[in-house]
Every structure is written in C-alpha cells, then in structure tokens.
Design a protein around this ligand. Structure first.
Ligand code: FES
Length: 248
C-alpha cells in the first residue's frame, strides 16, 4: 500500500483534558489516502531520544489536514505535547490496513478509552450508534465529537460516575439488536470481551489492536499477535483484525 514520508507542519496543538491532547498537522498526501483505522508513524525528536518513531491512529481528516488524539504516557508523548504550532514533524503514513467498510451494515462502534482515537474517523463514515466506555467519567473521550459526527452515543463507566455502570462490553450486550457488524478499539481485555460477545451472538467484529510497536513498518516483528493463520504483525497486517481470527 502506498505511503509517504514528509515533514508535516503542526497547525494546532490542544490539550483536551487531563493528559489527553489533540494535534492537527498539514499532510496533504497522507490525508488524501488515509482510511479509518490506519495510522501514522512519527519521529518525535530530531535527536536520539526517543530513538524510534511512535505510531498514532489517524483521528480525523479535513482537507489536507489530519488530526491525532494522544495521551501523554511517556517520554515520546511528553516531547510531542511540547511541540508548538508552526513546528514540523517527520511523519510516515498512512500505514496499516484500516477498517473494512464494505461489510454488512448496520454496524455498531465500541470505543474503550483511547480506542476513541481511530474510531472518530470511522464514525464520520459510518454514522451509527457509538458506545463509549472508560474507567471513570474523567477518562471518557470524544463523546461530543461522536455526536457532532452524526452518531448517537451511549456511555459506560466502570465506576458508574457517568452512564451505564460497568464495562462497555456489557453495554454492548444490551445494544446489539438491529446491528450485524461490530467495530471496536480499546485495551486488550476490552477487545477480548468484545470478541467473546461477537462470538456468542455470531456477529462479525473488526478489532483495532493497540499493540506496542518499534519499527512500525513490518521489519522488527516487535508487534506480532497470534492468529488462526499464525503470527501476524499488527503494524503491517493490522492493526485491524477480525475477532474470529485472533487467538487471545
Ligand atoms: Fe516492527 Fe511491527 S513494529 S514489525
């Protein structure tokens, strides 16, 4: 699949809340090609630290601009958050397979925590019901943005501080009627639970995995997952896999 390496100018860098940030970049060739579920690989620093590029889901596309949603969790994202509008980042993309949109509809979207990052882009194409889950109310992401994209939203929190009290996979069980495809992204235990629901109700589910990556281009095998067809690289054959193909 075609991709580009380029210097992308930062147009905006906004702290949304807590440690969550949104960054908008000008990257016309990548924006033109990108599909929901794909990602970009960013060299955050020109120096040696951090040495490796970091993967970021494509959160949204608007004309020649692409938006990323990220959480400051380590050195790389700390440095990224300090970058200002006007600076440039060396980025490669679009990478990965992305979601298959031709699947039977209607579809349901399930976003757990930072899983909202690639799913907002998907939601702009598949306007549907989005289930947004997080541990607490403070960690819920993109509820208003999903609504603005034309979707209906239901929320769950593990501690009951907002919406349904419990896991988003539980909320999913209560909202399956009328849907025949599931798209989901989030932490592994959540995706495993979504895969179990999909299996139980015999629904196809496309899961975007949030695996740690090193090279991001299929060279290091640092991101492999077990599938029915053997080991597969999340950065190359993924990050989106059919739930029925994954071995947990
Ligand atoms: Fe190197 Fe996937 S990160 S092969």
């Amino acid at each position: 699949m075609k991709n580009f390496q380029l210097q992308a100018k930062i147009l905006a860098q906004t702290k949304i809340k807590n440690s969550y940030w949104r960054c908008t970049l000008r990257a016309a060739p990548i924006a033109r090609l990108a599909r929901p579920g794909q990602f970009v690989n960013i060299k955050i620093s020109a120096g040696l630290t951090p040495l490796l590029r970091r993967p970021f889901s494509i959160h949204g596309i608007s004309g020649d601009k692409l938006t990323l949603l990220y959480e400051v969790v380590g050195q790389g994202t700390q440095i990224l958050a300090q970058k200002k509008a006007g600076e440039s980042l060396d980025i490669i993309g679009p990478l990965g397979n992305g979601f298959e949109l031709k699947s039977a509809r209607p579809a349901l979207i399930v976003a757990g925590g930072m899983g909202a990052a690639p799913l907002l882009f998907l939601a702009t194409k598949v306007k549907t019901l989005v289930l947004v889950g997080a541990k607490t109310k403070e960690q819920l992401l993109c509820v208003q943005e999903f609504k603005k994209s034309g979707c209906r939203v239901k929320i769950s929190t593990d501690d009951g501080s907002a919406g349904f009290k419990g896991r988003v996979s539980e909320l999913l069980k209560h909202n399956l009627a009328g849907y025949n495809t599931i798209y989901a992204c989030g932490p592994k235990p959540m995706l495993k639970a979504v895969a179990e629901v999909a299996k139980k109700y015999k629904l196809p589910a496309q899961l975007s995995l949030e695996e740690h990556m090193a090279c991001g281009i299929g060279a290091c095998l640092g991101c492999v997952v077990k599938t029915k067809d053997g080991l597969r690289r999340v950065c190359k054959e993924g990050p989106v896999f059919l739930a029925e193909d994954l071995i947990w």
